[in-house]
Ligand binder design. Structure first.
Ligand SMILES: *Cc1c(COP(=O)(O)O)cnc(C)c1O
Length: 389
């Protein structure tokens, strides 16, 4: 089924998924798939999770929307819960990842303007992805995302990912820098994992220059890498964290979390959202966090991520097409020496949903509820297809 009434921003879509349960999805022809994509790192608890369904039903029968002109109890509870697990002070809620980054970018500019900085400037990295709004596509390090949408915004400088020397060089050349915005592991850019001490180094640089360290955890957050947030592997505290994707398990919600000097920057009237922080999305996100913690799903993501990477490394050892197998938790990339987009359809034929990003990297983002048997199934199918490529 295709529809001429849709603006064609996503190209041809061949499959219509109509039902899900746990790690499995069914299409309109009755075919079943093992989901190693989770709606792009969204459905960490899998599909039709009973606790999520219950939270939606209960809240839908109680209160859907009031606007932010009133206190919203689920929003307040979620802010406390999310700041608690994150080690952050304050939360602003919106409806998507791009919006969460917009909030962070506005916050950094206001932080600079409050200090009298003439042109507040944010350091961003090559191969990054921060969203599709004008500010976030300007921050994104991918010319394809920016092509045709000029003029882009001022106030960004770009450095290579995982390169602290380049950032120090910016500091020497530009006195208007106010913040660094990076993904702890780049997602769309190819599942790029930086050096173990990258975030610690960034923290030290930001402290030295009084810049905000802003982490885009829209894809890496909510348990995906084996900790609630990926920076928790590095034992550092950022000033600003953005998240979205996995937070609502499919209900649209984003958050911008702040700490310390960043926490007082946005004041009444500075930012807002009609839908942001609505009772339904917040109630569901609370349930998602509770379930992640109660069911040990971050630990599961860590364990099964190791199993997947080790299994793939073993099954693909000696295959010269494989450049690298990398990742953290259940965010895994298999970089090949060639473009491999056709693997997506080939895997679908075999009942497995995967993704290819940065043209040559197979990306696996299975739900955090994955079992060992399901991980073995993914290894088997993916390794067989790559060997035959
Ligand atoms: C998906 C993503 C975004 C954009 O989120 P949307 O909800 O699509 O606006 C931003 N940053 C990262 C790292 C992402 O993976």
């Amino acid at each position: 089924m295709s529809s001429a009434a849709l603006i064609n921003t996503y190209g041809v879509r061949k499959t219509t998924l109509v039902r899900g349960e746990g790690s499995r999805l069914w299409d309109d022809r009755g075919n079943v798939y093992l989901d190693a994509l989770s709606g792009i790192a969204v459905c960490g608890l899998g599909h039709a999770h009973p606790a999520v369904t219950r939270a939606i039903n209960e809240q839908a029968g109680t209160l859907l929307h009031t606007s932010n002109l009133f206190n919203i109890e689920p929003q307040q509870r979620l802010a406390e819960k999310l700041c608690g697990v994150a080690g952050m002070d304050k939360a602003f809620f919106c409806n998507s990842g791009a919006e969460a980054n917009e909030a962070a970018i506005k916050l950094a500019r206001k932080y600079g303007n409050d200090k009298g900085v003439a042109t507040p400037t944010i350091i961003v990295t090559e191969n990054s992805f921060h969203g599709r709004t004008l500010a976030t596509l300007t921050a994104t390090g991918n010319p394809k995302v920016q092509q045709g949408f000029g003029p882009l915004l001022q106030g960004f400088v770009r450095v290579p990912f995982n390169d602290c020397a380049a950032i120090e060089k910016c500091a020497a050349e530009n006195t208007d820098i106010v913040a660094v915005l990076v993904e702890p592991v780049q997602g769309e850019g190819g599942v790029n994992v930086p050096a173990d001490d990258y975030l610690q180094q960034l923290r030290a640089i930001c402290d030295r220059h009084h810049w905000l360290l802003m982490l885009d955890e829209i894809q890496t957050g909510n348990g995906r890498t084996g900790k609630f947030f990926a920076y928790q592997h590095s034992a550092i505290a950022p000033d600003v964290v953005t998240t979205a994707k996995g937070l609502g398990n499919g209900l649209p919600i984003g958050a911008c979390l702040t700490r310390a000097g960043a926490a007082g920057v946005l004041q009444p009237g500075n930012h807002g959202s009609t839908f942001g922080g609505n009772p339904l999305a917040c109630r569901v996100a609370e349930t998602v966090i509770d379930t992640l913690l109660a069911d040990g799903l971050m630990e599961n993501a860590d364990t099964l991520g190791r199993q997947l990477r080790a299994g793939l490394a073993e099954a693909l050892s000696g295959d010269s097409k494989v450049v690298d197998i990398r990742g953290k938790g259940l965010m895994i990339g298999i970089e090949l020496d060639r473009a491999c987009g056709e693997l997506v359809d080939q895997a679908k034929e075999k009942g497995l949903l995967i993704n290819v990003t940065a043209a040559n990297t197979v990306r696996l983002l299975p739900p955090l509820i994955l079992t060992g048997a399901e991980a073995a199934e993914i290894v088997d199918t993916v390794a067989t297809l790559i060997k035959a490529l």
